[in-house]
Structures are given as structure tokens and as C-alpha cells.
Ligand binder design. Structure first.
Ligand code: DCP
Ligand code: MG
Length: 543
């Protein structure tokens, strides 16, 4: 055993950092337009402001919020500079830049300690947020001793636990150093929340904005959370609120106002829990929601890697009623997706196994329907090919596949009447990256394993659409519900034939079916009840 490993380590209290870039899109846009540094700026997607810089927030006295219509923003602040933010590429790149600085800094910190390497999990959350579990780094720093520790940043709450206090002191110094490093390297400012759990760190990060940090000492956390509206708690979403509100109404209670209401209604032992599990139709979710409302969060920071789990190219619009317009819109999405898939291959050497097509029709409200099919092999090969016309050919192949799904499962064709308001193309279920792939190159992927639910990865479930063909529905209302034992995982989603057990062969079969489908598959009438839906605005309502 090395000398380093024999050293006693201070007992390990949890120390989690939550980092959140300030007015992210606005900062990135202003970084490349320095003359706008002191001007009020909003970033627009269509006619909505998705964010604004802090100058605009101040001048508009709160009238310019995320998702404010541009007309309202201009009324509140006529001098506001509007920048189009529909191309997300610069934001994706800035996100990767920040992550690279974080990784390099953490690596340097670990190396500096001279105790051998150890992992520091970083979990990305959206474009501009990341959780970092620095518990081990803190413990090693305390063991190494050296400098007097003190809190850096605002302190919220109190604690009688000395070990936790000291751990968060060290963590606050690390957060402060890391924030300085990120700003130095990327010219972007950010906030940090420092606490014992992801929940409290995430709440702390929003307490002093911008360019500042807050330490949340957990002594009175339960009391603090009890008084808040549960929707302000990360993880308590729109759907959960809706179900609990409906239950409250049915049971003659007032509408849900605070997290304490949830605890009072459902926190009373086994009976209360069973009742919440029934309301939510999900035991795991009921457990998490109850813990959340009680201020408890033991969930680990899960290393999310640098590569995104899935890629989606989405466009929403007022109206699309002509097949030519639908084809044009699909081609634009396909072009964007192919560019990203090719870049993804260059960076991570991985291939997607699932193609998801999303659509929404007038009258569907915020709900879009998602359909997933195995990613055609032709697209996978073309996206990793250096051939001169490979990119163009993959755009054609991807457009054809997406149009097939729209035609066959949404009834969108030259001879049908439709009015679409959203189209999306997604790629997901990526194979491992180059190095991991080499390590597991002997493992053959089968169609059964392709469709099999993956542990801890937001399982896909299988549904049978009205036309009887097998589809994957990635947005089932209850994604954790076990798959039906009668579900068949080995049929072609297009012709319903039994597929080869090897994924490559199965995907080739799907390719051929897609090509044939253009001539033989009649457009289907769209089912009136779009049952398999997800809320497009979930992302927009996450705070
Ligand atoms: N975003 C979006 N649509 C929304 C909310 C956010 O497109 N409804 C984008 C724009 C934001 C980015 O995501 O810049 C990050 O979201 P945040 O909620 O972290 O907001 P900001 O970083 O802009 O502001 P803050 O300083 O409050 O973190
Ligand atoms: Mg932010």
C-alpha cells in the first residue's frame, strides 16, 4: 500500500456544489459583441425572450422575465437590444468550454494533493448548470491541513454539526476558486450554491445572483422548505402538482400552497405514503416527492460524462398545412441533426440506436407526440463517413425516415388535411464511445437488448398504436412501469415482421422497409386521441 493510501482521512461530510451560469445565452451573445456589455439585451426565440442580461432585468424592473413576449419587453424597456438565439450552437459550445475548465481545474486540484487520483463526479443539468460532488476533495484538503478555513460567500441557515460546517467552509473556498478560474478562462460569470445535498445546493445557487455564491447550512432546512410552494422545489413538476391538486379537490382540501401541505396530507406513515403512491401511480416518485417536501435529498451526483445523452432538433411554428412545407421543415431539422451527429461522432465516436420523431397538431395544446424507431443503419453509417456526399446523403435519408414516421403515424401526406405546429427529430440510445467500444467489442447487441429497459436510464416503454404496429413510446405516463410480459420486442416497427436478433441486421431491415414505404404505405388517418404525449414546455417550466 502506498504512503498516500495509509494516511488517515477526515470523516467525510457531504459537500455538493451547484453551479449556474448567469443569464447564460445573454452572456454568450454579449461575449462576442463586447460593445453591448452595458446595454440591456434580450435573447429571442421566435417572439419570446428566453433570457435577458442583468442590465435589462434592472431597467425593466422585473417586466422582462424568461418567456416574456418581445412586445412586452420593448414596452418595458424601449432601448433593449434583441438578439436572435434560435441557433443553439454557440451555447452548446460555451457549455462544453465551461465543462472543460471545470474538469481541468478539478484534475489539477487532485494532482496537487499528491494522494493519487480519484474521481470527482460532475452532473450536467441543462445547458448552464452542473452539480459537483467535492466531498472527497474536501476531506483530502482537510486532511492535508495547511490554511485556515473560513466561509466564502453568503451564509444561509445554521448548523450544529461541526464536521459539516468545516466541510462546507472548505467547499465554499473551492467554489470561489473554481468560479474565478471559469471566469478567467471563459469570460463568463456564474453563481454557486454550496450545501450537503443537491437539493439544498440548487436552492442556494439562486439566493444571491448574479456572480456570487451562497452556503446553505442544513440545520433548519426542513422548516425552510416546509414554507415554500412545492413547485419552487427542483423535481416537483407540473404533472405532480396537477395530480396532487386534483386529489386535494376531490377530497375537499384547499389547493396545495406549501410543501408542508404535502407532508401533512401524505407524510403520515405507511398509509399516507400508499395514498400518495396511488395519486401519482408510482411508488418511487411518491417516495422522492415526500422526501423533497421534507427537505431530504440523499441522491448522489451522477457523473454524466461530457457527451449529451440525446440530441434533439425541434421547431415550433404557427401553422404548417402543406406537405411541401412539412418536407422543408423536416429537411431543416434533419440538416441540423446530421451536423450534430457528425460532430458527435468526431468528438465521442458513438452511434445512435434510436430515432425519435415528434409532432404536434393545432388543438394539441402543449402536448407533442413522440414516435421512436430503430435508427436506420444507412444514417448511422453516413454520419460517420468522410465520403464527399455523405452529409447530403444522410440528410436525405434522415428526412425520408422522419417523413415516413409523420406519414405513417401522424397521417401527414399530400392527400391528407393537417395543421402541424411542431416537428422534432431526436437521436438517442448511443453506443459507448470509442474507448469503451473497444473494451467491449466482443459484446454483440441484439434487438432484444436494444429494446430492453436500461437500468436507471429512464426506461423506454412499448406501446401498440391504433394501427397495431409496435412502437416505442419514450414518454409513457409511467416510465417505470414494467413492460408487459406479452410485449414483443423483435418486430419491425414498419412492417411488423419478426426481426433478426442482431441489431445491425435489424436496422438494415428497417432501412429497406423505409425505402419501400414511400411507395406502398398509404397515409394513415391521424388518431383523434394523441395518447402518448409529453409536455414540450417542461423545460421552460423547470424553475
Ligand atoms: N432558457 C430557455 N428557455 C427558458 C429558460 C431558459 O431557452 N424558458 C435558456 C436561456 C438561458 C439558459 O437556458 O440563458 C439557462 O437558463 P437559466 O434558467 O439558468 O437562466 P439564465 O442563465 O439565463 O439566467 P440566470 O442568471 O437566472 O441563471
Ligand atoms: Mg443560469
Amino acid at each position: 500500500m502506498s504512503a498516500a493510501r495509509k494516511r488517515p482521512r477526515a470523516s467525510q461530510s457531504r459537500a455538493i456544489l451547484a453551479l449556474d451560469l448567469d443569464c447564460f445565452y445573454a452572456q454568450v451573445a454579449i461575449r462576442s459583441r463586447p460593445h453591448l456589455a452595458n446595454r440591456p439585451v434580450v435573447i429571442l426565440q421566435k417572439h419570446l425572450c428566453v433570457t435577458s442580461n442583468y442590465v435589462a432585468r434592472r431597467l425593466a424592473h422585473g417586466a422582462v422575465q424568461k418567456m416574456t413576449p418581445v412586445s412586452t419587453a420593448l414596452k418595458a424597456c424601449p432601448d433593449i437590444v434583441c438578439i436572435d438565439g434560435s441557433d443553439l450552437t454557440p451555447f452548446r459550445e460555451a457549455n462544453a468550454e465551461v465543462l472543460a475548465v471545470i474538469r481541468a481545474w478539478l484534475h489539477a486540484k487532485v494532482t496537487e494533493l499528491g494522494v493519487g487520483s480519484f474521481p470527482i463526479p460532475c452532473q450536467k443539468l441543462g445547458f448552464d448548470e452542473v452539480f459537483i460532488d467535492v466531498s472527497r476533495l474536501v476531506a483530502e484538503q482537510v486532511t492535508a491541513g495547511g490554511r485556515p478555513w473560513e466561509f466564502q460567500g453568503h451564509i444561509f441557515g445554521r448548523t450544529d454539526d461541526d464536521a459539516s460546517r468545516r466541510a462546507l467552509m472548505v467547499a465554499s473556498q473551492l467554489a470561489s476558486e473554481l468560479r474565478k478560474e471559469i471566469t478567467l478562462r471563459t469570460k463568463l460569470t456564474l453563481c454557486a450554491g454550496i450545501s450537503e445535498s443537491k437539493l439544498l445546493a440548487k436552492l442556494a445557487v439562486n439566493m444571491n445572483k448574479p456572480n456570487d455564491q451562497t452556503i446553505f447550512l442544513s440545520g433548519d432546512a426542513a422548516q425552510y422548505i416546509a414554507g415554500r410552494h412545492p413547485r419552487s422545489l427542483p423535481g416537483f413538476g407540473y404533472a405532480v402538482e396537477g395530480k396532487i391538486s386534483a386529489w386535494a379537490k376531490r377530497n375537499g382540501k384547499e389547493d396545495i400552497k406549501t410543501a408542508a401541505d404535502v407532508v401533512q396530507w401524505f407524510g403520515d406513515g405507511k398509509k399516507g405514503f400508499a395514498s400518495l403512491a396511488k395519486v401519482l401511480d408510482n411508488d418511487d416518485q411518491a417516495r422522492k416527492i415526500l422526501e423533497l417536501c421534507q427537505g431530504t435529498d440523499t441522491s448522489p451526483v451522477i457523473e454524466s460524462g461530457d457527451a449529451p445523452k440525446s440530441l434533439t432538433s425541434m421547431d415550433s411554428f404557427r401553422s404548417c398545412t402543406k406537405i411541401e412545407d412539412a418536407e422543408r421543415r423536416v429537411t431543416i431539422r434533419a440538416k441540423d441533426m446530421v451536423t450534430r451527429l457528425r460532430r458527435d461522432w468526431e468528438l465521442y465516436g458513438r452511434r445512435p440506436k434510436t430515432l425519435t420523431v415528434g409532432f404536434r397538431f393545432r388543438g394539441d395544446g402543449y402536448h407533442a407526440t413522440m414516435r421512436a424507431i430503430p435508427m436506420p443503419q444507412e444514417i448511422v453509417s453516413l454520419c460517420s463517413s468522410k465520403g464527399a456526399d455523405a452529409a447530403d446523403r444522410s440528410i436525405i435519408a434522415l428526412s425520408r425516415a422522419a417523413l415516413f414516421v409523420l406519414k405513417d403515424h401522424a397521417g401527414v401526406s399530400a392527400s391528407s388535411t393537417f395543421d402541424m405546429t411542431l416537428i422534432s427529430i431526436g437521436a438517442s440510445a448511443f453506443t459507448e464511445n470509442k474507448t469503451e467500444k473497444n473494451a467491449t467489442s466482443t459484446k454483440k447487441e441484439t434487438v432484444a437488448s436494444f429494446f430492453a429497459p436500461k437500468e436507471g436510464k429512464g426506461m423506454s416503454s412499448v406501446c401498440r398504436p391504433p394501427n397495431g404496429r409496435l412502437l416505442q413510446n419514450r414518454s409513457s405516463p409511467n416510465p417505470r412501469r414494467p413492460l408487459s410480459p406479452n410485449a414483443s420486442f423483435s418486430r419491425c416497427p414498419i412492417c411488423n415482421e419478426v426481426l433478426s436478433s442482431l441489431l445491425a441486421k435489424a436496422s438494415l431491415h428497417v432501412d429497406q422497409c423505409l425505402r419501400r414505404s414511400e411507395t406502398v404505405s398509404p397515409a394513415r388517418k391521424r388518431s383523434k386521441t394523441a395518447s402518448n404525449t409529453f409536455r414540450v414546455d417542461t423545460f421552460f417550466q423547470r424553475k
